[in-house]
Design a protein around this ligand. Structure first.
Ligand SMILES: C[S@@+](CC[C@H](N)C(=O)[O-])C[C@H]1O[C@@H](n2cnc3c(N)ncnc32)[C@H](O)[C@@H]1O
Length: 178
């Protein structure tokens, strides 16, 4: 099956599991999502990003070409255009939380973007490998590790935080049940 937008075979059509988006939501202790204009440019109402951030801008197809009014971009960008998406956000001088393959961060392109835009990041690296799923609910077990990449204009150093996603989700669920 070819991706409608990119023409790539399969690789772009994977959804992010709810536990990962719930983890992002729990960053609300450091980001006040209620006060932020959120854009989820690679999401439709099938996406867990939209379930968790229903007031975001979503269902769009022209993020790279158009100037949207937003504060933070939260999404899992298509694999094939991940650097273009990151560069667009940096050009727009906005914040972001993106699902990124670990290999994309330790790459020449990422290094060049850092040099060009002079930005700092925080990486949340789950102990577990993230398993994405397709429209039918089939799981994709990628052979690479994915991380949650946060870009914030006010960061002044880079950092990496390792965490156990399962443990974090237990904590979140316990908190929600109280
Ligand atoms: C890696 S998937 C992420 C899916 C979903 N956002 C999630 O994580 O739950 C990237 C999505 O972007 C869509 N896509 C690809 N190019 C796009 C474009 N130019 N504009 C909008 N969506 C696009 C793909 O069809 C795919 O659903």
């Amino acid at each position: 099956m070819k991706n409608f937008f990119t023409g790539n075979i399969m690789s772009d059509e994977w959804y992010t599991p709810l536990n990962v988006v719930k983890f992002i939501e729990c960053l609300s202790n450091i980001i006040d999502f209620k006060k932020q204009k959120i854009i989820c440019p690679y999401d439709t109402n099938k996406s867990n990003f939209v379930k968790i951030f229903p007031n975001s801008i979503y269902n769009i197809t022209d993020f790279l070409e158009k100037d949207y009014d937003y504060d933070i971009c939260i999404t899992n960008p298509p694999f094939s255009i991940k650097y273009q998406v990151l560069e667009k956000i940096l050009k727009d001088n906005k914040n972001a939380i993106l699902i990124f393959p670990e290999t994309a961060i330790f790459s020449v392109t990422f290094y060049n973007l850092i040099k060009k835009y002079n930005f700092y990041y925080r990486i949340y690296s789950p102990k577990q490998r993230i398993y994405f799923y397709d429209e039918k609910g089939n799981q994709n077990r990628p052979n690479f590790h994915s991380v949650i990449l946060q870009i914030d204009k006010y960061f002044n150093y880079n950092s990496i935080i390792h965490f156990d996603l399962d443990e974090k989700i237990k904590e979140i669920n316990n908190y929600e049940q109280k």
